[in-house]
Design a binder for this molecule. Structure first.
Ligand SMILES: Nc1ncnc2c1ncn2[C@@H]1O[C@H](COP(=O)(O)OP(=O)(O)O)[C@@H](O)[C@H]1O
Ligand SMILES: [Mg+2]
Length: 260
């Protein structure tokens, strides 16, 4: 693999929900300004793994993480680590677009407001800039006061991306961001991810193999070998290699749809 600056790194990570071990001994790195895809069958632990990256799992009762996760070399599970700052730096976009029940403008201004920005001119500028970066500005610039929930699914997803961008994240996690939207909107999100590469480190969970192959630079394949076992990292590497010449036979079976 080419020499790249590592933005986030997971080392020997295991994760439990009470007594159930969902992930075992995962080690992989997320290079800066690159897109890494997490693929694997439903239930292998992809969502659990991305939630480890911004400590969203802290919100789940009984969830426990072992091992190391670093952001810019700093251990995010250290007791003194600022979790609020972490969730700002490592933003998340979910499967179902989930705009807040407020106007388009307020959806985007929400994070900066919570962060203490009060000046209207500053907020206006952040909202415009974030919506432009999320490739939504032209469609909504004249309806900023309308409810975000009245937009189409694809527009809502871009609004959620604008909401994340508004708090100036460094890493954006996408958990199956296109599985609830139509193909044209999916294309727009994929194009947008390519545009965002310059400024952000991105991680995408997808069950769509073509999508992983199209958008990502690196791919990690996770698998539960036998029911009840934890998800393990089977193979990780350059996306082209994973999709054309994987090292592991299980990866080969999965990407060619011959799994199970
Ligand atoms: N909040 C939770 N409590 C208990 N078990 C969970 C929870 N979330 C996920 N799991 C279990 O952890 C495993 C991995 O789930 P998940 O991370 O959602 O997989 P994926 O995103 O790859 O479909 C599954 O066995 C799932 O049932
Ligand atoms: Mg999932």
């Amino acid at each position: 693999m080419e020499e790249l600056e590592i933005k986030m790194e997971v080392k020997n990570l295991s994760m439990y929900y009470d007594g159930f071990k969902a992930l075992e001994d995962i080690s992989l790195s997320f290079p800066r300004q690159r897109i890494t895809a997490l693929i694997g069958p439903s239930g292998c632990g992809k969502s659990s793994l991305v939630r480890c990256l911004n400590r969203m799992n802290d919100l789940i009762e009984g969830c426990r993480v072992e091992g190391s996760v670093t952001l810019d070399g700093e251990e995010i599970y250290d007791p003194g680590y600022d979790v609020i700052a972490l969730r700002r730096k490592v933003g998340m976009v979910f499967q179902r677009p989930n705009p807040f029940p407020m106007s388009i403008y307020e959806n985007v201004a929400y994070g900066p407001r919570v962060g203490g920005v009060k000046d209207k001119g500053t907020l206006d500028a952040i909202v415009e800039d974030s919506l432009k970066k999320a490739a939504l500005w032209d469609e909504v610039k004249n309806i900023l006061r309308e409810s975000g929930q009245r937009l189409s699914g694809g527009q809502q997803q871009r609004l959620c991306i604008a909401r994340v961008i508004a708090v100036q994240p460094e890493v954006i996690l996408f958990d199956e961001p296109c599985s609830a939207i139509d193909p044209v909107s999916t294309q727009r999100i994929e194009d947008l991810m390519a545009e965002l590469k310059e400024n952000y480190t991105q991680v995408i969970v997808t069950h769509n193999m073509q999508q992983a192959a199209r958008v990502s630079d690196f791919t990690a394949f996770i698998l539960v070998q036998e029911q009840g076992e934890p998800g393990r990292l089977i193979e990780y590497g350059d996306t082209n290699k994973i999709f054309t010449n994987p090292d592991d036979e299980r990866t080969e079976r999965y990407i060619t749809g011959r799994f199970g």
